[in-house]
Design a protein around this ligand. Structure first.
Ligand SMILES: Nc1nc2c(ncn2[C@@H]2O[C@H](COP(=O)(O)OP(=O)(O)O)[C@@H](O)[C@H]2O)c(=O)[nH]1
Ligand SMILES: [Mg+2]
Length: 249
């Protein structure tokens, strides 16, 4: 039988000093039924991100001619995974903060058929170097999602997430600036099953975070509000209820 495909994709904006390190750490052969390909969404980088990624072994690079934003890049990443015929997708930040070695762990619940959407969860795992204000920001935005979804969540802003094929096809990201919260609200409200897997996280030592507090809050809050008010696709929600749940131990 032909192997199915897992596509690991990275949204990247000016990550020439980090992206090769991430690509080198991605395990390519960890499951007998799957092969792994690497996709980079280069969001209008003005440095050598695309060339460095190619050199490091990325199988496919999609380059935007100008910077469109992280939400737009992840939306394109999910769509491109489907075009590449992926059965499973995994998104990981290109800044070397998340552990590619733990991709098999983050995908295990999807491969086993008990989840459609997974987070590599920093707050269930280990965190090194995160500043207090970022920690607090993460708590606040995660708590907001937990309240809105009536479901306990640990790490609503994780930059490492797994997707079943159906989740990739049905996901909608309603703003270009970011994806973190609106994507989870969208998928969970459609009935997709979310699981969080503990990972270890090391804050970057090179390059810069793109987050500017004011812009983040003024973009993300209205987007969350808008996503919550969108009508649910009813048929899909009903279908989701009949999916397999994880057996409790
Ligand atoms: N597509 C896209 N990706 C971006 C942009 N800014 C940052 N990124 C990528 O998004 C990921 C997370 O960004 P980062 O700045 O590390 O955010 P933080 O980890 O929350 O501080 C990294 O892979 C960045 O390369 C952008 O404007 N567009
Ligand atoms: Mg980062």
């Amino acid at each position: 039988m032909d192997k199915q495909k897992i596509v690991v994709f990275m949204p990247a904006h000016n990550e020439e000093s980090n992206i090769a390190g991430v690509i080198a750490r991605i395990p390519r052969k960890f499951h007998p039924d799957y092969k792994v390909e690497v996709l980079v969404i280069d969001d209008g980088s003005t440095d050598e991100t695309a060339a460095v990624a190619k050199q490091a072994g990325a199988d496919r690079i999609v380059s935007f001619s100008r910077n469109r934003g992280l939400g737009a890049a992840v939306r394109e990443g999910l769509a491109e995974c489907c075009r590449m015929d992926a059965a499973i997708g995994l998104m990981i930040d290109a800044d070397n903060e998340y552990p590619p070695e733990q991709i098999p762990d983050v995908l295990a619940p999807i491969i086993a058929g008990f989840a459609d959407y997974t987070f590599g969860s920093r707050f269930k795992g280990q965190i090194r170097g995160m500043k207090l204000h970022r920690r607090l920001g993460n708590y606040v935005f995660t708590l907001l999602q937990a309240i809105l979804l009536r479901k306990w969540i640990y790490d609503g802003q994780s930059g490492m997430r797994g997707f079943s094929r159906e989740a990739m096809e049905k996901a909608e990201i309603i703003h270009d600036y970011n994806y973190a919260q609106v994507l989870t609200i969208n998928l969970v409200r459609q009935g997709f099953r979310l699981e969080e897997v503990p990972i270890s996280y090391q804050v970057r030592t090179m390059g810069q975070s793109f987050i500017k507090f004011r812009q983040y809050v003024t973009s993300v809050i209205p987007a969350i509000y808008k996503e919550m008010r969108r009508p649910l696709p009813a048929r899909e929600a009903g279908k989701a209820l009949r999916r397999k749940e994880r057996p409790s131990l």
